[in-house]
Design a protein around this ligand. Structure first.
Ligand SMILES: Cc1cc2nc3c(=O)[nH]c(=O)nc-3n(C[C@H](O)[C@H](O)[C@H](O)COP(=O)(O)OP(=O)(O)OC[C@H]3O[C@@H](n4cnc5c(N)ncnc54)[C@H](O)[C@@H]3O)c2cc1C
Length: 298
């Protein structure tokens, strides 16, 4: 394995909004920064981001591509590779399959992946009728015939919330989860029809028209909000002793986004909080400013 003896000020893992914003700030302090990204992250799946200050409408792919150009202007090195392991001794060592790099600080901004049911035609309707993020795309379901689907209490709570915000015509499909007794009255009062079953396909000619279940039933709808949880892109951190939330899932940080391991910062979807591009970017800026202040103290 080729090991680079050069010690970077900061190694940034993941070029989502969190990592890119951190790299922009660090680059503008003339810090030596390497951004390692394997590509095709969660943000690139956003067909249209409309809730980001100053951007009237941009696709996630455009946002990331512009960010990558921007970081290079400030001298940040960008490497397309997959980080497999992070170690800490006097400095951090970040490994990819064939190389390793050293840095005084690390920002983990590798994001998460949505758990999705295996549905025929999902690719055709993803971001065009089928959504997974209420803060991102809930607005697009306004006034539509909406189906909320999921496999946990989150789906029930999401249905009640969406009924209040977006539409009167709402159906709830629960997979592998029974509606809890203490929610039955609220759901009845809101006139939400509840089904259980396994969705297997989406269908529609020009737009989404419904979902087909494994037992042959079909549920008509014009939009779907699905909630099946997510998986974190954090396997490269597995060997590090990091404080996690009570479910041992998301990585806890302080207000500057530094984790319980000094020098390792975590931003974006890897830490608790709302998964929004603008929030991840803000966290990236906070982490970078904090790291720069520590470098000044050095
Ligand atoms: C369909 C969809 C629509 C969305 N719409 C909006 C919206 O309208 N508005 C909004 O604010 N937010 C939206 N979001 C959410 C937004 O994308 C997230 O908030 C954002 O992804 C979080 O940013 P991040 O920096 O944590 O990670 P990501 O954007 O997930 O970026 C992480 C990067 O790290 C890389 N990576 C992962 N593992 C490794 C590794 N081991 N080594 C190297 N690189 C790695 C990934 O390839 C990726 O490039 C949407 C998300 C989806 C899926």
């Amino acid at each position: 394995m080729k090991s680079d003896p050069f010690v970077y000020d900061c190694l940034v893992i993941g070029a989502g909004p969190g990592g890119l914003q951190a790299a922009i700030h660090l680059g503008r302090y003339n810090r030596r920064v390497l951004l390692i990204d394997k590509g095709a992250g969660r943000t690139t799946h956003a067909a249209h981001i409309v809730n980001y200050l100053g951007l009237v409408a941009v696709s996630g792919r455009e946002l990331i591509a512009t960010g990558l150009e921007q970081v290079k202007e400030f001298g940040v090195e960008v490497l397309k590779d997959t980080v497999t392991r992070v170690e800490k001794d006097d400095v951090f060592t970040v490994h990819t399959p064939d190389r390793s790099f050293q840095g005084r600080y690390v920002i983990a901004s590798a994001g998460a992946v949505d758990n999705l049911p295996r549905l025929r035609n999902l690719g055709r309707f993803f971001g065009r009728g089928f959504y997974t993020c209420v803060d991102c795309d809930g607005y697009l379901t306004t006034g539509t015939k909406l189906l909320v689907m999921g496999n946990s209490l989150n789906a029930v709570r999401l249905a009640l919330g969406m009924k209040q915000m977006y539409t009167d015509d709402l159906t709830l499909l629960l997979t592998d989860f029974a509606l809890p007794l203490d929610y039955q009255e609220a759901v009845r009062e809101d006139e939400i029809a509840v089904y259980s079953g396994e969705p297997v396909a989406l269908f529609g000619e020009t737009g989404l028209e419904g979902v087909q279940l494994a037992d042959g039933r079909t549920l008509p709808c014009e939009s779907i909000m699905a909630t099946f949880g997510w998986r974190l892109n954090d396997s490269f951190l597995a060997e590090l002793p990091l404080d996690r939330d009570h479910e041992r899932f998301k990585i806890l940080t302080g207000s500057s986004n530094e984790s319980s391991l000094p020098g390792l910062y975590v931003v974006g979807a890897l830490k608790p909080g709302h998964s929004q591009a603008i929030i991840a970017a803000g966290q990236g800026a906070v982490a970078a400013i904090d790291i720069n202040q520590k470098l000044l103290e050095l």
